[in-house]
Design a protein around this ligand. Structure first.
Ligand code: NAD
Ligand code: GLY
Length: 361
């Protein structure tokens, strides 16, 4: 078992990396959460695949185990689904000691976490991420929330879990397309923080694609270490944490305008390519560096362009982003591979050209 500790001003908690659910009951005991009501929140897919095995583990330490399932997909990441959660919590008299257990991908974790952050002004929750994206990114760091009126994650809270329990063997059932989407966030860490990690991904790409266990575990561990470090230094995104949004400003806009036909990770990949192009025009990224990122994304079957969305709508959508301040969009821009900087000094022309690079009509 691997253990990484996240330390923030509001909470300290472990990320545990395992190959099964066997250590879950013990991990919960160690976090002093035994003897409570626990509620598994899962979407229809993770409910079918993993609810029973997780329930068995929870029954070893819980007072009673409840479960609630919601329809899968980003289109259900909204307040209506959250309202259904609250109704279930209230009907079953969940109190301040109840523990919410998010069993699924980023959509599940973000919503279960948000419901925990707000029900009775905050109850405990555990993340059990089952997609690659959730294991390397969304389960760590306490961003929770929902989409609202066409704006991604616009309602939410920073609320840290008590525990992140990663069972890497759940990736065996993950569809290839979802695995690829997760790889975009993995590649992001190399681009923003670590040229060494980027090289590791290039060297190990075959083993990653064939899901060679040791390599996959090491890759997930490195991502969690990098994210834990950033979140520990800047829990509420007052500065440094913004770098984790690399590729997200244009990516989120494409995701929304495509009406969620493209996966979040796919859009992050497109967003990264767009800002790399912007960086190349600024002579802060070389053609070779841009090509290397492109090749890695392509190797993992991620799209390099999209053609069914309106460029103008994407441009306008970007102004609904959470990072817009006084009508200026904050961008995370690359300096080669492994370093980024944040700026709102980006011209309309630069933004439009960056969008042109990934949106072909
Ligand atoms: P998701 O949660 O929708 O999961 C993708 C699909 O995979 C779903 O259909 C799900 O049912 C299925 N699935 C999950 N685990 C499975 C498994 N082991 N086997 C088979 N199928 C499985 O999507 P996602 O890509 O995990 O997460 C995307 C969401 O995460 C977006 O809403 C994004 O905004 C959010 N996000 C949040 C953060 C954060 O810091 N909170 C970071 C990145 C992304
Ligand atoms: N995925 C961006 C963040 O957690 O800050």
């Amino acid at each position: 078992m691997e253990k990484i500790t996240v330390v923030t001003p509001t909470k300290q908690y472990p990320i545990l990396l395992e190959q099964s659910f066997d250590g879950l009951a013990n991990a919960i005991k160690e976090q002093n959460l035994s003897g409570r009501k626990m509620c598994i929140i899962a979407d229809e897919n993770t409910d079918k695949l993993y609810r029973e095995v997780v329930k068995k583990e929870l029954q070893k330490v819980a007072d009673t185990v409840f479960y609630h399932c919601f329809p899968a997909g980003e289109q259900h990441k909204n307040l209506e689904t959250i309202s259904n959660f609250y109704q279930f919590y209230q009907k079953n008299r969940f109190d301040r000691k109840t523990v919410i257990v998010a069993l699924g991908g980023g959509v599940c974790g973000d919503m279960a976490g948000f419901s925990a952050a707000t029900y009775l002004r905050g109850i405990s929750f555990i993340q059990i991420p089952t997609t690659l994206l959730a294991q390397v990114d969304s389960s760590v760091g306490g961003k929770t929330g929902v989409d609202f009126c066409g704006a991604k994650n616009n309602i939410g809270a920073f609320y840290q879990p008590e525990l992140v329990y990663i069972n890497t063997s759940t990736l065996k059932t993950l569809p290839q397309k979802e695995f690829s989407a997760g790889m975009a966030e993995v590649i992001k860490y190399g681009c923003i923080l670590s040229p060494q990690f980027f090289q590791y991904l290039q060297q190990q790409k075959q083993n990653i694609l064939s899901m060679q266990h040791d390599v996959l575990s090491e890759m997930i561990k490195q991502c969690c270490l990098l994210k834990a470090e950033v979140v520990s230094k800047d829990e509420k995104e007052n500065g440094l944490r913004e770098i984790l949004n690399f590729g997200h400003t244009i990516g989120h806009a494409i995701e929304t305008i495509s009406n969620f036909q493209l996966l979040h990770g796919e859009c992050v990949g497109l967003g990264m390519l767009a800002v790399l192009e912007l960086g190349k025009k600024r002579k802060e990224v070389t053609e070779q560096e841009q090509k290397e990122v492109q090749e890695l994304l392509a190797y993992f079957h991620l799209p390099l362009c999209v053609n069914s969305v309106s460029k103008e709508n994407i441009y306008q959508q970007m102004f609904l982003d959470k990072k817009v301040k006084q009508n200026k969009i904050s961008f995370v821009l690359p300096k080669g591979i492994g370093e980024v900087y944040t700026t709102s000094e980006v011209s309309e022309n630069e933004i439009r050209k960056a969008i042109d690079f990934v949106v072909k009509i």
